[in-house]
Design a protein around this ligand. Structure first.
Ligand code: CA
Length: 224
């Protein structure tokens, strides 16, 4: 779990960082809006953002606006001044998930952070689309052009592991972790068999499962 804190008040930023690290989160901290915008448009995904609205260079509103315009669904808690009700409303309208009025109690913020992260894990959009193949991560069901794909439990687990990381390599070890419980005997050969069967099943959807030698497998849209 990775959290970004954007706050220009050094003492507050330090307190927030320590408190979030104490909760076991990986924390990145920036002290102006431009840095926040840059890091949020990068490759590193965040599970939550704590965003001060009054930031130097670029204010929190425009950080939030560009985040949502880029369709990033990461939960955001905004920090606002006590006398700025209009700011809170504007922040929520721009897609903030929650707000804290300064000065606030850290335990309350921690509780809200936990709640938002829990909510985020349930997934805003449960559907993963790869060409004509759609995987519903809540129902754990795959369809091709609306027709349910017949999969064994193991094949389903392999497909799930791959499609949740579409475009990224998934190692054999990661697949074994997904497919087998701790008490079961795992084998690399069996994974190859599941991949082989799965390939045949997803190919009609224009989807391929490519072997990346020595690294693992990657699910891809054939047409892309
Ligand atoms: Ca500030």
């Amino acid at each position: 779990m990775r959290i970004l804190i954007a706050e220009d008040d050094e003492v507050l930023a330090d307190g927030l960082c320590n408190s979030m690290r104490h909760l076991g989160y990986a924390v990145d901290c920036v002290n102006d809006g431009l840095a926040a915008k840059l890091i949020l448009s990068g490759e590193q995904p965040f599970d939550l953002v704590i965003l001060d609205l009054g930031l130097p260079k670029v204010d929190g509103f425009s950080v939030l606006r560009s985040l949502r315009e880029n369709n990033r669904q990461v939960p955001v808690i905004i920090l606002t001044a006590r006398d700025a009700e209009g700011d809170r409303v504007k922040g929520l309208d721009l897609g903030a998930d929650d707000y804290m009025i300064k000065p606030f109690s850290l335990p309350e913020l921690e509780a809200r952070v936990r709640a938002l992260i829990r909510r985020g894990q349930c997934g805003v959009n449960p559907l993963y689309v790869c060409s004509a193949l759609i995987f519903d991560s809540i129902e754990r069901r795959a369809t091709i052009n609306g027709t349910p794909l017949e999969l064994t439990t193991r094949e389903l687990s392999v497909l799930e592991a791959l499609i949740l990381r579409t475009g990224k390599v998934v190692s054999k070890e990661q697949l074994i972790e997904r497919v087998y419980s701790y008490s079961e005997e795992a084998s690399n050969n069996a994974i190859e068999v599941y991949i082989h069967r799965l390939r045949k099943k997803v190919e009609p959807a224009g989807v391929t499962i490519r072997t990346v030698r020595g690294l693992g497998y990657i699910i891809e849209n054939l047409a892309a």
